[in-house]
Unconditional design. Structure first.
Length: 181
């Protein structure tokens, strides 16, 4: 799931902490610089007890329009068939979608019952912000951007196999004065 308005309150995580988790995960998976082979990454999920279930619009596990979702109680990552097809073709949207869901998995996001309604939480406690931050850090690592001088969105998108929009947002956020790098 992707909209920040849909995020739920989770344990707070800083950008720096999420960056470290993403870096450690890339190292553990022995991923090279650049484009992540998303179909191969999905194949490896079973090594960690994660089921990947590709669904069509008639068999969506949650609401309409969902591209992917992580269901921790079932250890299952559901991916819409269009996203999976995009990944197989080497498409760029699938990269961010799948790594966003990987963020939910690695950051141990679980919905809990909260009896307090309309409770506002800080951005760094928002599950969707955290998953988006993880996806950016995992698919476009800061260390790689700096080392390879990938500050042009087109260059970053081409090198990492992400959409131009994702690359533009990544560079803009890294250049924000309040962003801790």
């Amino acid at each position: 799931m992707s909209g920040l308005q849909d995020g739920f309150c989770v344990a707070p995580q800083s950008t720096q902490k999420i960056r470290q988790i993403a870096s450690n995960t890339r190292q553990a998976l022995q991923l090279p610089d650049g484009r992540i082979d998303i179909p191969r990454l999905l194949e490896r999920f079973h090594e960690f007890g994660i089921v990947v279930d590709v669904f069509d619009k008639e068999n969506a596990p949650v609401g309409q329009g969902v591209e992917a979702c992580w269901v921790p109680e079932m250890s299952t990552l559901y991916i819409h068939e269009a996203v999976y097809a995009d990944a197989v073709r080497g498409g760029t949207r699938a990269t961010f979608t799948v790594t966003h869901e990987l963020g939910h998995i690695l950051l141990a996001h679980r919905r809990t019952i909260n009896r307090m309604h309309d409770v506002r939480h800080q951005l760094f406690q928002n599950s969707e912000w955290q998953a988006n931050t993880f996806a950016a850090e995992f698919s476009m690592p800061l260390e790689m951007i700096v080392r390879l001088n990938l500050w042009n969105p087109s260059d970053l998108a081409a090198h990492c196999g992400v959409s131009l929009q994702a690359a533009e947002i990544r560079i803009r956020k890294l250049k924000e004065p309040r962003q801790k790098k």
